[in-house]
Each structure stands twice: as C-alpha cells, then as structure tokens.
Design a protein around this ligand. Sequence first.
Ligand SMILES: [Zn+2]
Length: 249
Amino acid sequence: MTRTAEIDRYLHDLLAVGQFKDYGPNGLQVQGKAEVRRVIGGVTASLALIDAAIEARADAVLVHHGLFWRGQDGRLTGWLAERVKRLMAHDINLLAYHLPLDAHPVYGNNAALGARFGWQAHARFGEQELGFLADLPQAVALPELATQVREVLGRAVLSLPGDGRPVRRVAWCTGGAQSYFEAAIAAGADVFLTGEVSEPQMHLAAESGVAFVAAGHHATERDGVRALGAHLAQHFGLDFEFLDLSNPA
Ligand SMILES: [Zn+2]
C-alpha cells in the first residue's frame, strides 16, 4: 500500500506539473481512499472506465483526460455528477495529468508514441514545447509512413498529401493538436502527425507542401498513461492495469 498523498506528490514532481499552463487541474481531482494498492489506467475518466475500475476493485484511476476543464460552469449535474458520484461512492481516487503527461520526455504521450514508431526526438516545438521533432535515418514516402502508423496503431489514418516530397523530418503532437500544424511547418517538418484533423489543415498541407496525418485522438494518447502506470507500479510496488476502452475518435 502507498499513501495517495505520496503518489500525488511524486507525480507532481516527476511530471513538473507546476511548469504548465493547462485547461484543467493536474493531479488528484477526486479524493478517495488514503492508501492505494490497485490502479486502473485509461485515456479518459469516462463512466465506462470508472465502472471498470469499480469492477476491478481499484483504489485509484489514472487518466490523461480528467473531469474538470476550463469553461465548465462548475455544477455537478448530469453526466459529471454521475461520474463523480460513482467514484466517491466507491472511495476511488482520480488522478489526471493532461499537458504535463503529453510533454514528459520519457513517460509522456509524445515520447511513448514516438517510441512505438522508432522516432527519437532531437528537438521540441510549438506552444509550451509540446511538439516533438525527429529526423528519420532514411527518408520514406508518405504512404509508407501512413501504413506504418496504421499498422502500429491498429486503426485507419487520414493523410493529407503535401507536395509529395520524401519524408525525413517528422513532427508530432498527440491528441487534438491540429493547431500545431503551422508551428511544425515552421520547424521544417516534412510531415506532421496528430490525433485529430479539422477543415483548414487540408489547405495548409496543399499550400505549404507539408503532409498531415491524423491517427485518432484516443489512439495517439494511450501510451503515456500506459508508460506512467508501469513506472508507478515498479516504483511503489503497486498493481497497475491499463484498460484500452475502444474509441474511434
Ligand atoms: Zn487529449
């Protein structure tokens, strides 16, 4: 058993939480048992994940997307009430790490996703340096890279062609980071990979010559919680299990 407060403090320091300007609170969002043995990890603190954690007799849930975001009006009603109520009824702690988990150089979403493709970042770019940049040892064609991404992530990807140049410099930022595309172009990328795509990226790709690959918000953000949970398990001797609840978006 490890004290919840100790895990919270450890992750606060490890992920340098104080260094980020974020859209919601990072760390312990819902307080449960004072001691933790079993942790369930997932991308989002959805009702399905919370129910699975209850079923698994978890003492804590570790996620990338917590429950509280800027712009909410603060009322605990509807879907938010239901999620909080179930956590509290079962005395389960909710630990959530958003941008600090995207950014961490070892356990973060970007670092861990890059590792799955064999991309080792040599530089960072964009707001709060969340974007990662790597130069491939050998240039590849865009369709070849898109196939690799599809096979590794096990889902369809959408790729917007640039000017057909060989891909040597890869830029990526997990989740809903389509707004980082211009910063990736400025950083000299040949392709930018993120989770989501919006209408303007088609035109930016065509006009800048830099390709854009959207590989799913959920699919690109599974690896940070996985890596962080495995580290926590090892560091504190906890039980950790990551639940990949399917999400096509
Ligand atoms: Zn996200």
